[in-house]
Design a protein around this ligand. Structure first.
Ligand code: UN1
Length: 519
């Protein structure tokens, strides 16, 4: 572990002691935050959290960074993001290992997370020559009208433990290519990953004399998070986390008329059609339900299976679950690592208790699991619950590998169940029927931000806009035209004629011209 931290520029000489301050360049006296590995419950290292003074110092640096950065042409900014992408590629393996140690996700997913960052960097580089504005015909002679996009300022990014780096990069690289500076508050459960990423960026920023473009502040939600949401110097707060957290942040930011971009919870379903390819359905369901141990906002929490396939589907699902290997997430043969902490384990056990008490049948798993040599880690068996349609706990997002299975008869019925969730993030339908697929994708189909046919609910590519409706918060991040959230739009009208022409043909002659009577 020590070696890994050193490779990434972190000096954990003494686990449990401070590794290096809130970030690469600030020396702080703030309180200690210990990063505990969910793999064995042991501290990896500790960092110091930012004080109010540190926060101000970082904000000053961000302001200086922004003032320089915004005047650098976007294609040049893109090249610098491209350099960051290359640096991430060089450190891919060690960063992936650190993410695995700190978040507990299996190493293959850790690698996927860094790859996702590299992909976003590529996307941002391409985007840097495509921050297009429209030109519109003016109704007035000798007038030109167009819109242009300017950076917003310093963008606050609050990220969560389950994607401790990639979701930050969706925001940070896109915002940066738009000309914004970024202030990052990572989850208090994964501060080391954030410091490691910052240490990779720092030499690149230094080389271009651009310190202050990407900034890091580590601290609790109550301290740093609240300060950010109240801070008018942050015109946009992009936050990933629970619906409760998003509701609080959204209200606080709205109270100062700031903008928020929210990527909150999901209660995602996979509909398995009467004509579904069952092999594909199983693969999609298992990957979506147990990937990241069910701790993604996109995780499949409900399987809505056509009654004619339910029996065979369930028996095959149990069979696949029995082959899931649970253990040390750095071990390449392991398919599911631990949950993030003891609270997550308790939440899972509570949800299963409530399911049992309200008519749910636990068909598989759902117990705590002790792994030899890792007795203090937070391991559980993934659970399959056969649920009545009105099981209350099924309508809540429990961040754990629990999948509820319900049956349906008509597609309209399955869609109603899919849309009954208060969140609206991801959804999937497994079918070979063109009609069913189009119905699912139609205006009366799934109401989620993400709709997949013959795939699972997790694992979105970065090129599309990512996000969801209803309690998921409505934000869109990453690909497509999500960049617009990080810029301000300016509508420009240029009059190159001799007279002041009014729109809507309004006549308003106040006699300001000496020759007005002659006209
Ligand atoms: C999240 O869980 O917060 O689509 C994001 C996915 C990943 C991102 C998940 N690319 O599952």
């Amino acid at each position: 572990m020590r070696e890994l931290l050193q490779t990434l520029g972190l000096q954990a000489t003494n686990p449990g002691a401070a590794t290096g301050g809130t970030e690469g360049w600030l020396d702080t006296r703030g309180e200690e935050l210990v990063s505990v590995s969910p793999i064995d419950g042991r501290p990896i290292a500790a960092v110091r959290m930012a004080t109010a003074d540190d926060y101000e110092a970082v904000m000053t640096m961000a302001r200086t960074g922004f003032e320089r950065w915004r005047m650098i042409p976007a294609p040049q900014r893109g090249k610098i993001i491209g350099e960051i992408g290359c640096a991430l590629l060089q450190r891919k393996e060690s960063l992936a290992r650190l993410i695995t140690m700190e978040s507990g996700k299996i190493i293959e997913e850790g690698r996927g997370e860094i790859q996702e960052m590299i992909d976003v960097a590529d996307f941002a580089l391409g985007l840097s020559r495509q921050l297009y504005g429209l030109t519109m015909p003016s109704e007035r002679p000798h007038h030109r009208m167009y819109e242009q996009w300017h950076p917003l300022g310093i963008v606050g990014v609050i990220s969560s433990f389950n994607f401790p780096a990639a979701v930050w990069s969706w925001n940070a690289f896109i915002a940066a290519v738009c000309g914004d500076a970024i202030l990052w508050k990572p989850s208090s459960k994964t501060p080391l990953t954030a410091i490691a990423v910052q240490r990779i960026l720092d030499p690149i920023l230094d080389r271009h004399d651009l310190r202050g473009v990407f900034n890091l502040v580590i601290g609790s939600g109550r301290e740093v998070g609240e300060r950010m949401t109240a801070d008018r110097r942050l015109p946009l707060i992009s936050a990933t986390g629970s619906c409760d957290m998003g509701r609080r942040i959204g209200q606080q930011v709205a109270a100062r008329l700031g903008r928020s971009l929210l990527e909150l919870g999901g209660n995602n379903a996979i509909i398995v059609g009467a004509d579904a390819d069952l092999d594909l359905a199983l693969e999609a369901a298992v990957f979506s339900a147990i990937g990241t141990a069910g701790q993604r906002c996109t995780s499949a929490r409900r399987l809505i299976v056509h009654h004619s396939r339910k029996e065979i589907f369930l028996s095959r699902l149990k069979d696949v679950y029995s082959r899931i290997t649970i253990g040390h997430p750095l071990d390449g043969s392991v398919t599911m690592g631990p949950l993030i902490d003891a609270t997550a384990v308790t939440a899972m056990m509570d949800a299963l208790d409530r399911a049992r008490r309200n008519g749910g049948r636990i068909l598989y798993g759902g117990k705590k699991r002790t792994i030899q040599g890792l007795e203090n880690g937070f391991y559980v068996e993934p659970a399959i619950v056969e649920a009545p349609r009105d099981l209350p706990v099924m309508m809540e997002e429990t961040f754990a590998p629990i999948v509820y299975v319900v049956e349906y008869d008509r597609l309209a019925d399955a869609l109603a169940l899919n849309n009954a969730a208060s969140e609206g993030l991801s959804s999937a339908l497994i079918t070979d029927s063109l009609r069913a697929a189009e119905e699912f994708l139609s205006a009366r189909g799934t109401d989620c931000g993400i709709a997949n046919v013959n795939g699972g609910t997790i694992g979105a590519e970065i090129g599309g806009a990512f996000g969801g409706e209803k309690d998921t918060g409505g934000g869109r991040e990453s690909g497509s035209d999500a960049w617009k959230a990080y810029m301000r739009r300016q509508t420009v009208t240029i009059n190159w004629g001799p007279a002041l022409r009014k729109a809507q043909g309004i006549r308003f002659d106040v006699g300001a011209r000496p020759d007005h009577t002659a006209r």
